[in-house]
Structure formats: structure tokens, C-alpha cells
Ligand binder design. Structure first.
Ligand code: PLP
Ligand code: COI
Length: 346
């Protein structure tokens, strides 16, 4: 690769959606007899497993999501993949699965990105290479118990914006369904959390909303998150507020934005429980996550009651925009990153 100019795939990079497109290589490693076997790269996107595999019967699966970016100087990098590796280890422990070692996770990410370098969208295209590490129970189980065998896989797919319309503010509704249970699995990235959010999201979409706002499952009075992103609010005097809860996913994007807000933009940030009843007092609202990046929310509808943020339905609020520009600037190599945030691959 060093002295040849790598030829990019011929895709309309500016117009791809958030959909799956198989790329050249993916990584696979199997866990058997109490240990992780050697990993390998394969061109085969199919998975063949036993009919009684733990994933098929009792949904024993966890996953991660991160992206590879082409930076301004033409390098290919990932953003804080160590935190995805650590979160996946935490998810594994909660689901009684053998954690996939952090160093191996990072090597797998590097290998898949390197092998699919031609699929990493060019700098400035608005698209990125989405990476999906996941692990599932392959061993047969019929009594309810953890499997003895697992597979870790990691594939890549080029993606555009998660929400159609890119940076246009979203309208979301307060859901009648809960995504998490008190003392449940809301804080880990397990497929089961997403399976049970599907009915809520189909219902919300059918009613014309872009997404759900889930409330805390204990009292249904505090804001939690959406099916795939954390919330971020801005007060009238420019303070950033993010909901704190034990049943939301500890978003790496949100944790990064908190740092960016404080250290790059000099903003005050508070992480605390946020009441549904106080939403009307905020000036801006956004959804943050790897897929969502920062997607502005213009309106929240709570059973017919509309909460319209002063930032409106046309564009991102000014503080949200500053956060967005700074975070994406760091990811694309335009703004110097904090130590250890960027892992250069090519
Ligand atoms: N919340 C949920 C439920 C998610 O699925 C995601 C996506 O990973 C996030 C939040 C955002 O997390 P991150 O910023 O680490 O992608
Ligand atoms: C991500 O942002 O990586 C996620 O996993 C969210 C998912 C719902 C697409």
C-alpha cells in the first residue's frame, strides 16, 4: 500500500444513507474450550451456526459501533477505539460472555480498516466508514444459561447521516414504552435492548416522528435517551446539560463532547438527572452518538403537548453547532485532538 495510490471504490459518497453495504474483508475469532482462538480475516459475509445457538434462542449478543475517518491530510484514523473495546468488555461481563481482549479488539479494528481502505469515504464527503464489532453465543443452549462457545466479528460499511435530512432538526415523541428496566441492561450495548425498542420506533415513525424520547423506567419523569443516542441540552445562558442515569448507554460521543465543551469551548457542563418537566426551559437540544454524531432536535411532543426549542426547526442551535464543528474537526484532523483520542491506521 505504501507506494501505490489506493483507489477508492466508485460510490456516490455524498449520497449514501445509513445502510449496510458489504465490504471486502471482515474479522472473525471464535471462543471455544475456555479461550479465544486466533482471529482471521475473511471475504465471506455469511455466518453459519447451530440451530440451537445461544444467540438464536436467548439473544446472548453484544455489539459496538465506531467509525474510521479520512482526515484532512489523507490519513485514515479511528476515534477513541479503546473506549469501545472497554465498553464491549463491560457489556460482555453483564451478559455472562467472555470479554474480547482490548488489544485484540484494537488490532481487529486496525486490520479491518486497513483491508477496506478503499471503502473509507474521502475527506469532506460527509460519509465515514462505520465499524460494527459484535459477539454472539454460537454454542447450543436449550436450558436458560450462558453458552460455552462464542464468535467475535467485526465488519465495516460506509455510511452517511443516520437521520435523513442530515442536520435538519428532528421532531421526537415521548414514548409510552420503556427501553430499559431498573437494574436491567440499559447501560450495556446488548442487541436485546434494540430488539425491544423496535416496536416503539416503528410506532413513533408511523405517527410521523423521527425518534423516541425514552423516560426513566422507574418513575417515568426523567429523560433517558433515544433508541440509539444520548441527549444533550443547552440552557438559555449557554450551559450544557446531559442526563445522568444508570440505565442509559455511556455514550463515547457524549463523554467526548463534555470534554470538548469544557476544555475547547470553555462552557459549563452539568451531568445530572433531567426532568421531562424542565425541557421547556432549554434553548437547544441534540442527540449524540457515533451514528447520530450530533443531530439537532427542534421539537419534543409529549402526548399532544409540544415543546419547541428556541433554536427552531431550520438549523442547529449555536452551541450545538459549535460542539458539532469542534468534535468533527477533531475527528477529521482539522483541530488538534486531546492526547490518545485519534488512532492513526493508514
Ligand atoms: N445510546 C444508545 C442506546 C446507543 O445505541 C448509542 C450508540 O452507540 C449511543 C447512545 C451513543 O453511544 P456512542 O457515542 O458511544 O456511539
Ligand atoms: C452507534 O451510534 O454506533 C449505534 O450503535 C447506534 C445504532 C442504533 C446505529
Amino acid at each position: 500500500m505504501e507506494d501505490t495510490i489506493m483507489e477508492k471504490k466508485d460510490l456516490d459518497w455524498g449520497n449514501i444513507g445509513f445502510t449496510y453495504m458489504p465490504t471486502d474483508k471482515r474479522y472473525v475469532a471464535d471462543y471455544k474450550d475456555g479461550e479465544w482462538g486466533e482471529g482471521r480475516l475473511t471475504a465471506d459475509p455469511t455466518v453459519v451456526i447451530n440451530e440451537c445457538a445461544g444467540i438464536l434462542q436467548y439473544c446472548q449478543e453484544i455489539f459496538e459501533g465506531l467509525k474510521a475517518y479520512t482526515t484532512e491530510d489523507g490519513s485514515i484514523v479511528t476515534f477513541r477505539p479503546d473506549l469501545n473495546a472497554e465498553r464491549m468488555m463491560d457489556s460482555a461481563v453483564r451478559l455472562e460472555m467472555p470479554p474480547f481482549p482490548k488489544e485484540r479488539f484494537l488490532e481487529a479494528v486496525d486490520a479491518v480498516v486497513r483491508e477496506n481502505a478503499a471503502w473509507v469515504p474521502p475527506y469532506g464527503s460527509g460519509a465515514t466508514l462505520y465499524l460494527r464489532p459484535y459477539m454472539f453465543a454460537t454454542g447450543p443452549v436449550i436450558g436458560v444459561k450462558p453458552s460455552m462457545e462464542y464468535q467475535f466479528r467485526l465488519f465495516a460499511t460506509p455510511v452517511g447521516p443516520y437521520f435523513k435530512g442530515g442536520a435538519k432538526p428532528l421532531t421526537i415523541c415521548v414514548s409510552d414504552f420503556d427501553r430499559a428496566a431498573p437494574n436491567g441492561t440499559g447501560h450495556v450495548k446488548a442487541g436485546l435492548n434494540y430488539a425491544m425498542s423496535l416496536h416503539a420506533s416503528v410506532t413513533a415513525h408511523a405517527a410521523g416522528y423521527d425518534e423516541n424520547m425514552f423516560l426513566d423506567p422507574g418513575t417515568r419523569t426523567f429523560v433517558e435517551e433515544t433508541g440509539g443516542a444520548n441527549f444533550l441540552f443547552v440552557t438559555g445562558d449557554g450551559e450544557v446539560v446531559t442526563p445522568k442515569s444508570d440505565s442509559i448507554l455511556p455514550s463515547i460521543t457524549r463523554r467526548s463532547l463534555v470534554y470538548v465543551a469544557e476544555h475547547y469551548l470553555g462552557l459549563k457542563v452539568t451531568q445530572r438527572p433531567v426532568k421531562l418537566a424542565e425541557l421547556k426551559d432549554f434553548a437547544e437540544c441534540g442527540l449524540c452518538g457515533t451514528a447520530a454524531v450530533i443531530s439537532p432536535v427542534g421539537k419534543v411532543v409529549d402526548h399532544g403537548r409540544e415543546i419547541c426549542f428556541p433554536s427552531g426547526m431550520e438549523e442547529m442551535g449555536p452551541v450545538t453547532k459549535k460542539l458539532y464543528d469542534t468534535l468533527t474537526g477533531i475527528q477529521m484532523g482539522e483541530i488538534e485532538a486531546p492526547e490518545g483520542w485519534i488512532r492513526k491506521i493508514v
